[in-house]
Design a protein around this ligand. Structure first.
Ligand code: 13P
Ligand code: SF4
Length: 337
């Protein structure tokens, strides 16, 4: 029997050993089964460090499409894994947790989106990758926050644009590109909680800090940002900007790579949210754990399964994103049928 004092000194040690053996198991299963392991920047640092590649949603879609491994494991949220499956359908795509959704997917149900789409039949439906496969299948082109501006710029100026499901990203792009858009009223439950008032006060406290924000934040928050961009764009700013203080208005998983990218004592300050909820962690991204990753590798489940008709229909808008971003010419349908 352990005394109380022994228990307190021993349990953290056992947990540490367990975590280490979990990580070793993950690495050896990944190697044995020749799995490509992709992770998003919002995952816990220890998950990011085990992955073959870490990146933003556009990067993960590209890496997934070109992967030659028979099994691809994606630690992120389910729409990201679905995009990989759609772009590389002969591969087995597995995830740690099938419940790792996204509030933007929830806020854009297929039937409602279809009705909206039918109300504007001559419009081009530009859809954020944070959407269901069904919604992608009734869209003309998919975008992420790292490629949206260039893609929208390539759309003929006389075509109306329907943008969804994130209204904040849509209004940011509409102002930036000086282009009118019909916006779907969805938002990210994490990014809308950043407080503009508290961010303003914080920036007065740290007058030299560079304020970085993801475009899913409310426009009132974005007005205080020096740099607005995708997770990879915000990371790039920390890598390249010699400033030593940054206020970061996005999910804090990204701080892991930001810290790793600098060898000096850079100060990364998390932007404050409304109230005192401390809820800037994405609850869906954070459903993924080392235990679930090991289990996914062992059992090769849960697997992303979609019928081939849905894959074919959703691949048109996703492939158009890939083509435009790689400089290939594309054509646009005259109307939605
Ligand atoms: P990125 O494409 O910038 O990685 O963003 C994905 C996302 O879900 C942001 O909340
Ligand atoms: Fe979705 Fe927001 Fe989580 Fe990104 S941070 S996956 S947009 S809920």
């Amino acid at each position: 029997m352990f005394s109380k004092a022994d228990r307190y000194s021993t349990i953290p040690h056992i947990m540490y050993l367990n975590q280490n053996s979990l990580k070793e198991d993950i690495l050896s299963l990944k190697k044995e089964k020749n799995v490509t392991f992709l992770a998003h920047y919002y995952e816990d640092g220890e998950i990011q460090d085990l992955a073959d590649k870490v990146g933003d949603s556009f990067f993960l879609a590209k890496e997934g499409q070109k992967s030659e491994s028979q099994i691809i494991l994606l630690a992120g949220v389910v729409f990201m894994a679905e995009s990989v499956k759609i772009l590389n359908p002969t591969k087995k795509v597995i995830v740690p947790d099938l419940d790792a959704g996204c509030s933007l997917v929830k806020e854009s149900p297929y039937e409602d989106y279809l009705k909206w789409r039918r109300q504007h039949p001559t419009g081009i439906a530009v859809t954020y990758i944070n959407s269901s496969a069904e919604v992608k299948a009734i869209s003309d082109v998919i975008v992420t926050s790292s490629n949206a501006a260039a893609i929208i710029d390539s759309i003929p100026k006389d075509r109306p644009i329907l943008f969804g499901p994130d209204k904040n990203l849509g209004s940011f792009l509409s102002k930036k590109l000086n282009r009118e858009m019909i916006l779907w009223p969805g938002s990210c439950e994490v990014h809308i909680l950043f407080s503009a008032k508290k961010l303003y006060e914080l920036s007065l406290q740290y007058p030299k800090a560079v304020v970085l924000a993801h475009p899913e934040c409310d426009p009132a928050v974005l007005q205080y940002a020096h740099v607005i961009g995708s997770t990879s764009r915000l990371l790039e700013e920390v890598e390249k900007n010699p400033a030593t203080q940054f206020i970061v208005a996005t999910e804090p998983g990204i701080l892991h790579q930001m810290k790793k990218s600098r060898h000096d004592n850079v100060e990364l300050i998390e932007a404050p949210q409304e109230g005192s909820c401390g809820c800037n962690n994405c609850p869906y991204m954070k459903m993924n754990t080392l235990e679930k990753i090991k289990n996914a590798l062992l059992t090769e489940t849960p697997e992303i399964k979609m019928d081939s008709d849905l894959i074919n229909r959703a691949s048109i808008s996703l492939q158009r994103m890939m083509d435009i971003t790689s400089g290939k010419p594309v054509t646009w349908p005259d109307r939605f049928t």
